[in-house]
Write a protein that binds this ligand. Structure first.
Ligand code: PSU
Ligand code: MN
Length: 300
């Protein structure tokens, strides 16, 4: 386990840190837009006064806070594996580079003591093939961290994903929304159990959750920025095509999510990519604001 010097110093001093996953850069977005996403997210975090910490396995070492040269390797995305929680140990033992998903990153957050994390959309219950449920859900259940996202990707079974979050005891709060967002679009018709309109409320809920020792994440969901949100019907149609394509191509396991995301990008003429980049930046910024507020509370 290695922390970047800036991350280590921030943790020591109680200063705000926001952890990021690396699979979204290495597998979830195409080169070269993935580099733009990484820059926009890290600048948004720094702009709010927090320290960004991209997590990954680098040459067998679990890292929170990739150095710029290391991040460049992940952005080139050649020969970089996708590491969920189950894959971390083997990537470490065999000295490999691996890009961590939400599940893999939360495992590193637990080890490093990082408590605020931002991503685009969490994994969840897939619509098909038959049984496929992201390990993100289980790690959310056992990682005490505030996780900011735009819901779960619309390629998933959203109602089932929300039900599983309830079963797993994950606190879900809609930030300025009463609906669980569908990543590319805001309206899903699925109510969130609670809604808050300011960062203070989220920090209060987090403090209360820690006080009772509840071990799960606090999942903050916010809709994609309105200027880049896509019409729901259009995304739904593109997803139906993508799912049919995945079925006939026989895509399975860890390859499913990256495959569907790139099919969706093609089907929307690249507009889903703009949505993805903008919501990643917005989520990083909100996470940083939460981390800053949390750190201020610690000081007083
Ligand atoms: N959301 C995105 N892009 C992504 C992912 C999510 O917009 O690339 C990645 C995240 O790393 C998430 C993973 O943790 O997909 C889920 O994959 P799986 O369904 O195989 O667990
Ligand atoms: Mn899966």
């Amino acid at each position: 386990m290695r922390l970047a010097p800036a991350v280590e110093a921030a943790l020591r001093d109680g200063d705000p840190v926001v952890a990021l996953e690396s699979s979204v850069f290495a597998q979830g977005l195409p080169v070269p837009r993935n580099a733009e996403a990484a820059t926009r997210m890290q600048e948004a975090i720094a702009g709010e006064g927090a320290v960004p910490a991209v997590t990954a396995v680098v040459g067998g070492c679990s890292v929170a806070g990739l150095a710029p040269g290391e991040l460049a390797r992940f952005l080139a995305a050649e020969g970089i594996g996708k590491a969920s929680a189950r894959d971390l140990a083997v990537a470490m033992a065999t000295g490999r580079d691996a890009a961590t998903t939400v599940a893999g990153s939360l495992t590193i957050c637990r080890a490093a003591g990082l408590s605020v994390f931002a991503t685009g959309g969490i994994g969840g219950v897939h619509r098909e093939p038959a049984f496929d449920e992201s390990a993100d859900l289980l790690e959310l259940a056992r990682t005490a961290a505030i996780v900011v996202c735009a819901g779960a990707k619309s390629v998933l079974d959203l109602p089932a994903t929300v039900e599983r979050l309830e079963t797993l005891g994950v606190t879900v709060i809609g930030f300025r929304t009463s609906e669980f967002p569908g990543f590319h679009f805001a309206e899903t018709g699925i109510p969130v159990p609670s809604r808050m309109d300011d960062v203070e409320g989220i920090v209060d809920a987090w403090t209360a959750q820690r006080a009772v020792g509840h071990p799960s994440a606090l999942l903050v969901v916010q809709p994609p920025p309105p200027d880049v949100a896509l019409p729901r019907h259009e995304v739904e149609e593109a997803i139906r095509e993508a799912l049919a394509g995945a079925r006939s191509a026989g895509v399975r396991g860890a390859a499913v999510t990256p495959w569907l995301l790139s099919a969706l990008g093609r089907a929307t003429g690249g507009r889903s990519l703009e949505t993805n980049l903008s919501l990643l930046e917005a989520n990083a910024r909100l996470a940083a604001r939460i981390a800053v507020h949390l750190a201020r509370g610690d000081d007083s």
